[in-house]
Design a protein around this ligand. Sequence first.
Ligand code: M6R
Length: 352
Amino acid sequence: GKSGYDHFMLKEIHEQPRSLRQCLQGRVDELAGQVTLEELPSLSPTRVHLVAAGTSYHAALYGAHLLQERGIPAQPFYAHEYASFTPPGDDALVVGVSQSGETADTLAAMREAHRRGADTLAVTNTVGSTLARESDHVLYIRSGPEIGVAATKTFASQLTALNLLTLSIAAGREARDVIASLRDLPGDVQAVLDDSKAEQVASAFADSDSYFFIGRGLHFPVALEGALKLKEISYEHAEGFAAGELKHGPLALVTENTPVFALVTGDGEAARKTIGNVKEVEARGAPVVAITDGLSDVGRYADYVLPIPESHPRVAPILANVQLQLVAYHVANQLGRPIDKPRNLAKSVTVE
Ligand code: M6R
């Protein structure tokens, strides 16, 4: 059942501290600064292709970025594209990211990879799924069943599992810091859940023309995910942009009736640049909602702040995403949408 929540989506958002704990359980050694993924052999790929669809594609985008940061050539692909235009590279490790493990597009991409002799790895929630059975290796995200059509807790666990995978392939000097933030992640997510003003923000903006989400680097996939979540359950128009792309076109859409959700953490170069983008939209009259750890002064330019705890830059996007999940949920709820079963959508898309 829904354990007292109005919708499975809200229940699953609130389950994240537990599902993240399960994902991390027994896999991180804080003292040694090491990750052990028992189900995997030691992998040292010369390059990685990540294939996925929808929310899982956003996780793939994030995973590719993590691996690239560690110097491993990695590329994300939409599964349906990869199935028909597979780039050369039999030496690639092909990672299929899929909650259900039954998405036809992803299975087709992985079968094509397999046919070309590539080593394949499934990152999935579903034990015994077709993807798990057909792949050479499997990394389970251990979220437990997700009923809501909108992926929530499984996205958080995909990002977490891709962090673990990256650390197991190429640890690097910062491994200890990442692991410390991963250890704190379940508690930090709980803190966001306990004290979110997302419902208030949702009521302030529930009759907007359009909703925009901006982020750079590892926050870009979360900007895309925030927009996807909002559009699929609220039926409102929403778009996610790489913050630096705004001025190359999307800025034309910005008005006083298009709230802009800006993901800004840390106080480095990326934060400074995104704050520049925030000022650009503010100058066009757009209301700004900053999702931030408070380390920069983005709050000064925002109409609302949705705070998140300080965390490692690789982990902060997972926390920021929780605020966006809640915004999407509350906008849809205020509009009276059938949140767990949005029109035209299925939990698992088993046709190409
Ligand atoms: O089961 P999968 O992760 O392969 O599903 C892929 C997409 O269909 C899925 O992520 C979809 O975009 C979500 N339900 C959106 O919330």
